[in-house]
Design a protein around this ligand. Structure first.
Ligand code: FAD
Length: 300
């Protein structure tokens, strides 16, 4: 099934992201995560991709298992910066052979081993989206990434939105955002995207914080802003891991409750392969989701 067909039917689409274990770690760990999440009936589960191509086999294998073993729609992330067009076509064939019909088309971050002397087939994600449309038309539903506060490399959020529009015009059929901790910034971004004629579903990426070290890493990698309400929580509970994890669940729940009330198209939970946190959050929003769905509204 194409993910684009999930939107606008039974209320906001809730989905999860998992990542493949490192090459030297057993792959079973991620299956335990999916096993623990499957009865929550997510709209889809996405699997990340190592930008250098390191997790290529595992991403295809895990996406195939999500779809064919667990009967859940799979979204395979695919980064293009370190690949030739031929390599991308090979991966598409592998996905197609496994019946995986959804790709999140990404550029990926520069990798230390990236060849600088070879011809680069793809400079930006929009080039990958265009390539997938041209060479694999009809086989895949294509999603792309979006950045409510602008991508970290882009100094001008207006330009970032212009590039996002190009990506959608090239064929991206839905967008998943980078994590954010301030919903108001998401709403501002969504309004601006709509004003520019970006009409595809925009799924909000939500990251439940588990420890203080994660927050530092996120800020340096993604440049997201931390609202005072959030930094107060981190400062107060930084040395008390159990309390901080609890507060992280509460904060993410609070964000989602607000997003559902604001009519978000979907919620994508970054699970960090920690199913218990995801289960807690899903339990917290269960009744609210039912009410937010068209069926629930009729009953209510
Ligand atoms: P692009 O859309 O190409 O944008 C990259 C930068 O180039 C931006 O600053 C943009 O403003 C600029 N730009 C875009 N188009 C143009 C143009 N035509 N001309 C000039 N400038 C342009 N990384 C991984 O390695 N693996 C993953 O699995 C993965 N999953 C992700 C999932 C989500 C939901 C998100 C939000 C990010 C994910 N990333 C992943 C991170 C992503 O690869 C990085 O953020 C990367 O730096 C940008 O990727 P992109 O696809 O957004 O790139």
């Amino acid at each position: 099934m194409f993910i684009r067909d999930l939107f606008g039917k039974n209320g906001p689409v809730v989905s999860f992201e998992v990542f493949p274990p490192k090459a030297d770690a057993p792959v079973e760990g991620v299956y335990r995560t999916i096993e623990a999440l499957k009865d929550l009936s997510p709209g889809f589960i996405s699997v990340t991709y190592g930008a250098g191509g390191s997790s290529r086999d595992r991403t295809v294998e895990i996406a195939a298992r999500i779809r064919n073993g667990y009967g859940i729609e799979a979204l395979a992330h695919l980064t293009c910066r370190s690949h030739t067009a031929g390599e991308i076509d090979d991966i598409c064939e592998e996905l197609l052979d496994e019946g995986v019909q959804n790709i999140l088309a990404l550029r990926g971050d520069p990798q230390p081993g990236d060849a600088t002397d070879r011809k680069r087939d793809f400079a930006y994600a929009c080039d990958l989206v265009r390539h997938l449309r041209r060479n694999h038309f009809g086989n895949f539903c294509i999603g792309a990434a979006a950045y409510p506060e602008g991508h970290i490399e882009c100094q001008d959020i207006d330009k970032d939105l212009d590039f996002l529009k190009l990506k959608v015009e090239a064929g991206a059929e839905f967008l998943i955002t980078q994590l954010f901790f301030d919903n108001e910034l998401f709403y501002r971004f969504r309004d601006e995207a709509r004003r520019r004629g970006i009409t595809v579903p925009i799924v909000a990426g939500i990251f439940p914080v588990l420890n203080a070290a994660q927050v530092q890493k996120i800020v340096s990698l993604c440049g997201v802003s931390l609202p005072p309400r959030f930094t107060r929580i981190i400062a107060r509970y930084a040395n008390s891991p159990a309390a901080l994890a609890e507060a992280g669940v509460a904060y993410a729940t609070d964000q989602i409750v607000d997003l559902l009330a604001a009519g978000v198209d979907g919620i994508h939970l970054y699970t960090m392969n920690r199913p218990e946190t995801t289960r807690r959050i899903m339990g917290n929003i269960d009744q609210i989701r039912k009410t937010a769905s068209p069926e629930g509204r009729e009953k209510g």
